[in-house]
Design a protein around this ligand. Structure first.
Ligand code: ADE
Length: 224
């Protein structure tokens, strides 16, 4: 999979892809993440990428020309399955969307800033708009990193234990069961006996019950 991320703040996206699972995915050649600096398409002499909103009001709007030129340039190099805009008024990101996006070949992710982007970009270039939750962040970079993490870890071969992504919370609309590791007794706080019984069938049953209980208690909406 290839991911291009368009941003006015490339350094904000350095760390998430330089560590742990996302770094390993790139090293294994399973994903390439290319961060594109929108300023390179800014309007001279000052590489301007934003301007005042028509009709007035506070806050700057990201201009159409730099973004259009950048997207068109990228499109000369490959065909994109989705051109995604990170925005608080997009569809809320869910596991299903991550599952679907992880099957694609090429995606482009545009990070917004300021008051947003010129609406014509959304009308003519963007194929999907995604929010990571009902709160507003200062820009689309952290949401883009969240989205990419959610996608990349699902690409076959990225996780060592392939089954572990399948047992994540939300994969079957259930939250994950509690987990424990050694010591089995910490100052009298004991691990449930069933987990040290060696009875794998009973352990699976217990985990499923715990998942259901936890989901009923914390996220009953998932069971509807
Ligand atoms: N940009 C700012 N806030 C955002 C959010 N919640 N989701 C996606 N992009 C954003």
């Amino acid at each position: 999979m290839h991911i291009d991320i368009i941003t006015v703040h490339p350094p904000l996206l350095e760390s998430p892809f330089s560590h742990s699972i996302l770094k390993r995915a790139a090293q294994k050649g399973l994903v390439t993440v290319n961060v594109v600096d929108l300023r390179e398409y800014g309007i001279e002499p000052h590489r301007k990428v934003d301007d005042y909103a028509f009709g007035g009001g506070a806050g700057m709007v990201m201009m159409i020309e730099p973004i259009a030129n950048c997207i068109n340039d990228l499109k000369k190099q490959r065909t994109y399955d989705e051109v995604i805009y990170m925005t608080p008024d997009g569809e809320t990101l869910k596991q299903n969307t991550c599952n679907h996006l992880s099957t694609l070949n090429n995606i482009m992710v545009l990070c917004g800033h300021y008051k947003g982007i010129d609406e014509r970009i959304r009308e003519h270039f963007i194929t999907k708009e995604i929010s990571i939750g009902d709160y507003v962040l200062s820009g689309g970079e952290l949401p883009a990193a969240v989205l990419c993490d959610g996608i990349i870890r699902l690409i076959p071969g990225v996780l060592n234990d392939e089954t572990s992504a399948l047992s994540d919370s939300f994969q079957d609309n259930l939250l994950s069961p509690p987990v424990y590791t050694r010591p089995a007794d910490y100052n009298g706080w004991k691990v449930p006996d069933i987990l040290t019984s060696g009875n794998t069938k009973k352990v699976e049953e217990w985990r499923h019950e715990q998942s259901l209980e936890r989901t009923k208690l914390r996220r009953p909406d998932l069971l509807l």
